[in-house]
Design a protein around this ligand. Structure first.
Ligand code: FAD
Ligand code: DLZ
Ligand code: SF4
Length: 508
């Protein structure tokens, strides 16, 4: 009996669970570019283009491998507009009475598939290092789910950078060496981009016609759209950027948007690259002496540590996770996130880069856009929506724990033991933004004071009851209490005035 085999836009891996369990001789693969997936948030046009182009090329590859593929293009006249709709249409067309699917990376779609009126089996996605059962077994009974301990389990499990049962070099974590600020003359390698091929050019025209009004520049488009190209990006990263990856991981520079980052997240997340293979390549480079230990360890930690940990949290915490709001924040997301003019140079740069490339690196996401939203008390659901929309690599299983958990502390401390907040001093130390800003990072009050300086104290005071006893934050409250009272009043008044201007949509 024929079955339908669903392959979603982020499941573009030849041995993804549903394909591995299917029978090429009798089953029909279903792939569909649909309105509901393209529009559940206002995706950046580059993200839609990447997914559609990569889907089309993956479908062609499956056909070459002998699979029967029922592919629906976005502008096909009989497109049902949703994944369940397309499955039902194809079931009727082929007479198939069962569906095999790899479990989607988002509760929304898992639930929709669960409601399908024909039998559908959702197989666990095996493209990860830890299964759900392994993560849950690790988490069970722990008071705190700290990434570092989970990461050590993953090192032991994979054997990556291990010498017997000890970490290579004697330390699990070399993060201490990874905090070098950027200097204007830092010579970083350029990322590898591709000229769009015929398939990609057709997709770009389609996206332009249908999503041209969304926030973000569609062209120039240089992302890899198949596994071979993504492999070239990996080779390029290892040869040119990996050696500097550790040292400058947290740095931000106006003249260089990518520094030593890999730009591999989108390719990993849609299935063009395998996370374990990527880590083995990086380990091999370190063993060959091609990069220092802090670079290799730092990179591998991001993938087998943070990436896997975030996925574990998302599925363990359940469907309500993205809606949590433990700090009760309710401010509307300021228009500057959608490109409205701002005098804050750090935000202006991070948003412009997001608009142009659908990319910003981790510290820009965490300590510039995320930090500002948290300090200003923005509704975390709106912040989550923004991150899910604008980044090329954004899928809810990884985006939500990073945004709702790590960045906005809206999960009440599941992911982080304290909120990631900082004044302008951190941004000044790690970037060259402040020198070119209309605000003065050294000013703590007054019309030119850096808004991060004002809002930092405002945040701490708003949430004093909650955080004053946190041992990692108590020092900040002592510093505040030692400040002159008039000065404290001025800081809070200036912060209130700034927030009022922000709410009134004045230029800030
Ligand atoms: P590199 O700096 O080169 O890092 C290497 C790889 O490590 C990345 O490709 C990625 O796969 C992995 N990685 C690094 N940090 C994390 C992390 N915190 N969580 C999971 N994986 C990590 N990452 C996404 O893949 N999708 C998202 O939607 C996403 N949303 C984020 C939202 C916020 C608020 C924050 C603070 C971080 C978010 N991240 C997300 C994590 C991180 O910022 C990106 O993975 C990274 O910037 C991607 O760029 P890169 O490939 O050049 O990464
Ligand atoms: C993100 C996305 C977009 C923009 N479009 C499609 C699509 O048309 N068809 C499809 O199968 N998948 C798409 N995706 C990816 C899905 O939204 C993704 O599988 C879920 O969000 C789960 O991670
Ligand atoms: Fe950002 Fe403040 Fe620095 Fe301006 S002074 S770039 S607002 S941190």
């Amino acid at each position: 009996m024929t079955r339908l085999v669903l392959v979603l836009g982020d499941q573009l891996t030849p041995d993804v669970a549903a394909l591995a369990a299917a029978d090429k001789a009798r089953d029909v693969v279903v792939m569909a570019e649909v309105r509901d997936e393209a529009a559940y948030v206002r995706h950046h046009p580059k993200k839609i283009a990447l997914i559609f182009a990569a889907m089309r090329k993956f479908a062609a590859r499956l056909r070459e491998d002998g699979w029967q593929v029922a592919y629906t293009a976005y502008d096909d006249t009989d497109n049902a507009g949703s994944i369940p709709g397309e499955l039902l249409r194809r079931a009727e067309e082929t007479g198939a009475q069962r569906v095999l699917a790899t479990r989607p990376g988002e509760w929304r779609l898992i639930e929709l598939l669960g409601d399908l009126p024909i039998p559908l089996e959702q197989l666990e996605d095996t493209r990860f290092i830890a299964s759900h059962a392994e993560f849950d077994a690790w988490a069970e009974g722990r008071k705190e789910l700290r990434m570092e301990y989970f990461y050590r389990e993953m090192r032991r499990k994979t054997g990556l950078m291990m010498e017997g049962d000890k970490p290579a070099g004697g330390k699990w974590n070399y993060d201490h060496d990874n905090r070098k600020p950027a200097k204007g003359d830092l010579f970083a390698p350029k990322p590898l981009w591709f000229d769009p091929d015929d398939t990609t050019r057709q997709v770009l025209d389609l996206v332009d016609a249908n999503f041209g009004d969304s926030f973000g520049a569609l062209r120039p488009f240089g992302y890899a759209t198949d596994a071979a190209q993504a492999g070239e990006v990996l080779d390029h990263f290892i040869a040119h950027a990996l050696p500097g990856f550790g040292d400058y991981q947290d740095a931000m520079l106006q003249s260089d948007r990518f520094l030593y980052h890999s730009l591999l997240s989108a390719y990993l997340n849609i299935g063009l690259l395998d996370p374990l293979e990527v880590c083995r390549r990086v380990e091999a480079a370190w063993k060959d002496g091609a990069c220092p230990i802090n670079a290799a360890e730092g990179f591998i930690r991001q993938i087998i540590g943070w990436r896997e940990y975030m996925r574990g949290i998302y599925f363990r915490e359940g469907p309500d996770y993205p809606t949590r709001n433990s700090l009760g924040h309710d401010r509307a997301l300021p228009d500057l996130y959608w490109g409205a003019e701002t005098r804050m140079n750090c935000l202006s740069h991070a948003v412009a880069q997001t608009r142009d490339d659908a990319y910003a690196h981790h510290i820009q996401r965490l300590m510039v856009t995320g930090n500002f939203a948290l300090l200003a008390g923005v509704d975390p659901a709106q912040v989550h929506d923004w991150y899910l929309s604008v980044y090329i690599d954004a899928f809810e299983w990884v985006e939500a724990p990073n945004t709702v958990g790590m960045s906005q502390f809206a999960d009440g401390g599941v992911v982080g033991s304290k909120p990631y907040v900082s004044s302008g001093a951190y941004i000044d130390r790690m970037s060259d933004y402040c020198g070119d800003c209309a605000y003065k990072v050294k000013d703590k009050t007054g019309p030119a004071a850096c808004p991060f300086n004002l809002l930092y104290w405002h945040f701490l005071m708003r949430h004093r009851d909650r955080f004053a006893k946190n041992p990692r934050m108590a020092q900040m409250y002592r510093t505040w209490d030692r400040m002159d009272e008039t000065r404290r009043d001025t800081v809070l008044k200036d912060a209130d005035a700034f927030l009022a201007r922000l709410d009134a949509k004045e230029l800030v």
